[in-house]
Design a binder for this molecule. Sequence first.
Ligand SMILES: [Zn+2]
Length: 255
Amino acid sequence: MTQNEGAAELARMIDRAKRAVVFTGAGISTESGIPDFRSPGGIWTQMAPIYFDDFLASDEARRETWRRRFAMEDTFRAAEPNRGHRAVEALVRRGTVSSVVTQNIDGLHEESGIPPERVIELHGNTMYATCLDCATRYEIAELRAAFEDEGERQGRAPRCTRCRGFVKTATVSFGQSMPQEAMRRAEIETMKSDLFIVLGSSLVVYPAAGFPELAKRNGTPLVIVNREPTGLDRIADLVLHQPIGDTMGAITGVN
Ligand SMILES: [Zn+2]
């Protein structure tokens, strides 16, 4: 099948779908300038990940976690939804896609205009922080200012102003359990879907990669759009090794 034939087949599958689920990974956001942390040469291959238990146990681990996060802040702030995000948003708005399940922590699906209740974040969201004890929300810019400006909080890991608990980005860290509610919702949406489209995930990280497998076992057609081969190409009904933005943009008529 040529690239054009593959895209035409995906367009037909989308036309027929009434309740599709889109599952996204880092590959959709690299087109917005967000690095793929887990890819070869990515940040996690250069710096040892900080595990959740270490974050809880060590003040230095907390400071290092925040130094790394603030070092990424300009990149995250500059990133905007790209053509791929806009195409997915159009499919949600048209009623074709019921939910977007994402491994990404950049908040770009919400920023593209998809209602937050239709985005299921398996690894959380790094664009804000919460107190681990009382869940009070904190904004990154405000935490960064305190960390970097001269003053008594300079260089210190932020603590909750209400309860003194540790403040952490709203992400799922290495060694931290997956969010039960998000996992449950993603499973329900997968089981109800009549088309499952993977965009930009290498499908090697579990339990996230279990969702396309679940869809397939449930009889739902599985489509994978990813630049490189993935761990589940062999069970997919259609595989397109193409850029996401241009492929999905052309299919949906979104620029
Ligand atoms: Zn608190």
